[in-house]
Design a protein around this ligand. Structure first.
Ligand code: ATP
Length: 362
């Protein structure tokens, strides 16, 4: 449970803005009674507590600057109102908060501005940790520290005396207050949102169920495909083993086939040679037959004797060729001599003709 310890007020309503005007209120447990004559500042203390806890100023304070000590009363153009509160938060740690307001006297009115607040917390070892915080964040921090909602702080705990009769007000107003206090509006909105989200989620569930149905079919198909794949893979592995053993068996067959191919190629060459030789043989046989028709008396001797005979024949032929060549050379020489003699006879005949002509003319 949170608990108030002390609060100092300076420059708020009737509390002056000088240092010596600062008032410190110490709160007692379980009860603190604030007693004083009218206008002495009892309501101001409650307003200060409410402002510190919630950041909510009394009605009209923002526009008129009536919450801060009046600059006219202080005979100054600017008055700084400062409240400090020391309390124990719901976790049992001491927290010190400071909020500052500045009221400036303008020509016709007073303007009000809020300075950044300060929170000082106790660290793990009791050392103070200071955090400067923007007003809105400070308000949230205070709600957390007090462990009480803003609506309860505003309408129940620090309720302004002029508004304290709200439990006796009309039904609608009363409902609004209760809605505020119990944050019913938020709950209604939250419920509405939950219903909306539920509908959406139900729709999603419906779609998801349909998808699950499809996915189950796909999963079954996948399982079946996987099984088929495993079977095929197993068959493939067996086939691979078979292929390997067949390849091993094929190796000698391959080398045998290679050998056969080489032999076959040799055979083809041999066949070609044989064909060629057969043709040559046939041609020779034909020639022999032709020779046999020419030869009246076939040679009866051995091959060597024939070869010798042929060699002698050729030698005779060569000799005769040489004799023929000699004779032809002689013939040529004789022909040249004849030609010379004929030429000489022609010239002699011509000369003789000339002599005969001379003789006749003489
Ligand atoms: N802006 C201001 N500057 C200076 N003094 C102010 C300012 N606003 C209000 N006051 C003074 O503060 C006092 C009001 O104090 P408060 O209402 O807290 O007294 P109270 O003790 O609650 O009185 P009551 O018993 O009548 O409710 C008045 O005396 C008023 O003149």
């Amino acid at each position: 449970m949170s608990r108030l310890h002390k609060m100092s007020i300076q420059g708020i309503r009737s509390f002056g803005n000088r240092d010596q005007d600062t008032q410190v209120i110490t709160f007692f447990s379980p009860l603190t009674v604030i007693v004083g004559p009218n206008g002495s500042g009892k309501t101001t203390i409650i307003e200060c507590l409410k402002y510190m806890a919630t950041g909510i100023m009394p009605p009209g304070a923002k526009t008129g600057g009536a919450f801060v000590h009046d600059p006219k009363v202080a005979h100054d153009t600017e008055v700084r109102g400062q409240i400090r509160l020391l309390f124990q938060d719901v976790t049992g740690h001491n927290v010190q908060v400071q909020r500052t307001l500045v009221a400036t006297q303008k020509k016709t009115n007073i303007s009000l501005r809020t300075l950044e607040g300060i929170i000082i917390r106790e660290g793990i070892n009791g050392e103070p940790i200071q955090i400067t915080s923007k007003c809105i964040e400070l308000d949230k921090e205070m709600v957390t520290a007090f462990g009480v909602s803003t609506a309860i702080l505003e309408n129940v705990i620090f309720c302004h005396q002029e508004e304290s009769n709200w439990p006796l007000s009309e039904g609608k107003q009363l409902k609004t207050k209760f809605d505020d206090i119990f944050a019913a509006t938020k709950y209604m909105k939250a419920l509405e949102l939950i219903r909306k989200i539920r509908t959406e989620k139900l729709q999603t569930v419906k779609i998801s169920r349909a998808e699950i149905g499809h996915l189950k079919t796909y999963r079954d198909m996948l399982v079946q495909k996987k099984r088929q794949y495993a079977e095929i893979d197993e068959r493939l592995q067996t086939s691979k083993v078979n292929v390997e053993s067949i390849q091993l068996k094929l190796e000698p067959i391959d080398s045998r086939l290679e050998f056969i191919a080489k032999e076959s190629s040799k055979m083809v060459d041999f066949q070609r040679r044989m064909d060629r030789l057969t043709n040559e043989c046939e041609a020779l046989k034909k020639k022999i037959r032709e020779f046999n028709t020419i030869i009246d008396e076939p040679f009866q001797g051995s091959e060597d004797e024939l070869k010798l005979l042929i060699s002698n024949f050729q030698r005779d032929q060569d000799k005769k060729k040489r004799e023929l060549q000699d004779l032809e050379a002689k013939k040529l020489t004789t022909e040249r001599q004849i030609k010379k003699l004929l030429d000489k006879r022609t010239s002699d005949t011509t000369r003789l003709g000339g002599y005969e002509f001379e003789e006749k003319t003489i």
